[in-house]
Design a protein around this ligand. Structure first.
Ligand code: PEP
Ligand code: MG
Length: 586
């Protein structure tokens, strides 16, 4: 058994699928002598396709974002032209009579061994390039690249060092039942996506890839943060039972989706969804959300090698609006940087502290070309939402200083003028700020008059308040929404927003965690935005609490001076008030 951080509750029992490696079916690993030429031909064709793909990417990105941005693909194409690199594979196919895939696997292993001796960060990144090239060739050897590797049976548990958002997107078509990562934490984007799909997940499991191979039986316990590799029959049966119970519990709660969300004493609550795509918007509807409180638009960009054009963005926003509950969508402008990078911005630009650097709104201000395109597409889609009786709200991430709100307002006015001049239909939208930076939390009073609504991005706010990287398992004990300092700051922000007459939503992951939810309720938050899968739980949890109880709970929690004491206290209270919910917290 190995331990990590629980990032998405539930239990999954299945077969490991280690990504970032090549799966070779042992039964077809060796080919007869007669088949080596066929394998060689397959390998050559796959190399050609990979080369073609890289050159296409290079020229598209060169045209759009310049040579620096395209350099990565040029470098990878050069690796592919290197005879030493490709000859190894040819030799192994012929001499060892193994399949092209088995030879590529061997090549990957060879480079991993070489690079494992290297400390230099720059050189280590070269391994990433080599690995990308090998995996790209491999993808052309697969019959159906989007399917699970042939020969793998059972529900799949994806095991990876770290899941990049773009990789999670491409896993969409597989039947993934669980996720385990070596890196990452509760608020890393892989974790957020796992939760949005209701997939049990554990992160920060050190060295798990050394202990598990594709095809191994594996159990993920997302609640306890445990991973069991090759469990014995008895353990497996016990976990299968837990898995079934968890699904039954979930199914039972989903049946409440049509009922209005209120507290036990009848105070109405707004339960909104955090989404990344139109598919998530459908899930939000199915789970009973009444709108979308956070549409993370970067996923639209992460899937594109180049900046999506205005029309394409407009279509996608309309798509999301059409699929969303009540056609109410809060669209957040591009929040790239930190752990979310795309090929066309910031390539070659390295920072020692990406989370404190040139990310999010800061990066958008310096790229007015694509920022303006996004604002145009959003304002136009707002007219579409209105025609359906819904509403688009526009929200800006990572706001740190008042000047940034002024700047955003000027940009939006400029875009409106230009749209009018171009004869394009658009609608006015409420403008909101995300409180994610302590500076914004402290000076919220000066910002309130400039915005129509506020949304607390607690994932970032907690990491910045606690100076603890949200993706670093080593400091996960500090990056906690129940930390006394966090509770104090949140209480103040919520109080000021309510006093200033601005709606405040919490859209960080804590909104979907029963203990944090109870305390937020006590602070006066009535609007919560979370992964769709959590809406039924939080709705049910709300029914077990009254405002008076939540307020009392918060008041007592504020007198406690350690995270552990707060967590313990709220757990005990919830056990008493809403016994089933203890198992859902994470
Ligand atoms: C947050 O920081 O809480 C948030 C909702 O934004 P993201 O998780 O996308 O950074
Ligand atoms: Mg954020």
């Amino acid at each position: 058994m190995r331990r990590g951080i629980s990032v998405s509750p539930g239990v999954a029992v299945g077969t490991a699928f280690c990504i970032n490696e090549i799966f070779v079916n042992p039964a077809t690993q060796h080919v007869g002598q007669a088949d080596t030429s066929a394998e060689l031909a397959k390998y050559e064709a796959a190399c050609e396709q990979a080369k073609h793909e890289l050159l296409t990417l290079e020229s598209a990105i060169n045209a759009q974002a310049g040579r620096d941005a395209a350099a990565i693909f040029a470098a990878q194409a050069a690796i592919l032209r290197d005879a030493a690199f490709t000859n190894n594979v040819r030799t192994w196919i012929v001499e060892e009579q193994i399949s092209a895939q088995a030879a590529l696997q061997k090549l990957l292993e060879l480079y991993r061994n070489v690079f494992s001796q290297v400390e230099d960060a720059y050189l280590k990144e070269r391994l990433d390039d080599i690995r990308d090239v090998i995996l790209r060739i491999n993808s052309h050897l697969l019959e159906r690249p989007e399917a699970a590797p042939e020969g793998l049976e059972g529900p799949l548990i994806v095991v990876a060092d770290e899941l990049l958002p773009s990789q999670v997107v491409s896993l969409g078509t597989m039947e993934v039942q669980g996720i385990v990562t070596q890196a990452g934490s509760q608020t890393s984007h892989a974790a957020i996506i796992a939760r949005s799909r209701g997939i049990p997940a554990v992160s920060g499991v050190r060295d798990i890839l050394r202990h598990v191979q594709t095809g191994d039986a594996i159990v993920v316990d997302g609640k306890e943060g445990r991973v069991l590799v090759k469990p014995d029959a008895e353990t497996r049966a016990a976990y299968l039972k837990l898995e079934r119970e968890f699904f039954d519990f979930k199914d039972q709660l989903v049946e409440n989706r049509a009922q209005p969300a209120t507290t036990g004493d009848g105070t109405p609550l707004e339960l909104l969804a955090n989404i990344n795509s139109a598919t998530d918007a459908e899930a939000a509807k199915a789970m009973g959300a009444t709108g979308v409180g956070l549409f993370r638009t970067e996923y639209l960009y992460l899937m594109h090698p180049v900046v999506p054009a205005e029309e394409e963005q407009y279509e996608e926003y309309c798509n999301v609006i059409r699929s969303s509950p009540n056609h109410r969508v809060t669209i957040r402008t591009l929040d790239l940087g930190g752990d979310k990078t795309v090929p066309f911005v910031g390539r070659g630009h390295r920072e020692a502290n990406p989370f404190m650097g040139w990310r999010s709104i800061r990066l958008c201000f310096e790229n007015p070309d694509f920022f303006t395109v996004q604002l145009r597409a959003i304002l136009r889609s707002a007219a579409y939402a209105r025609s359906l009786g819904g509403q688009v709200r526009l929200m800006f991430p990572m706001i740190t200083a008042l000047e940034e709100i002024h700047r955003v307002r000027r940009l939006v006015s400029g875009v409106k003028q230009k749209l009018t001049k171009d004869g394009k239909r658009f609608a006015d939208v409420p403008i909101g700020l995300m409180v994610e930076v302590p500076a914004a939390a402290v000076s919220i009073n000066s910002m309130l008059p400039q915005v129509d609504f506020v949304s607390i991005g607690s994932n970032d706010l907690v990491q910045y308040l606690m100076a603890a990287d949200r993706d670093n398992p080593k400091v996960a004990h500090l990056c906690q929404p129940l930390a006394p300092a966090v509770l104090q700051v949140l209480t103040e922000v919520v109080r000021k927003c309510n006093a200033g007459g601005r709606t405040v939503t919490v859209c960080g992951e804590m909104a979907g965690q029963p203990r944090a939810f109870a305390l937020l309720l006590g602070m006066g938050v009535r609007s919560f935005s979370m992964s769709p899968a959590f809406i039924p739980y939080i709705k049910e949890c709300g029914r077990h609490l009254s405002i008076a109880e939540a307020t009392k709970m918060l008041q007592h929690a504020l007198t406690l001076h350690t995270t552990r004491k707060v967590a313990h206290y709220v757990t005990e209270q919830l056990k008493r008030l809403a016994p089933d919910f203890a198992r859902l917290d994470f």
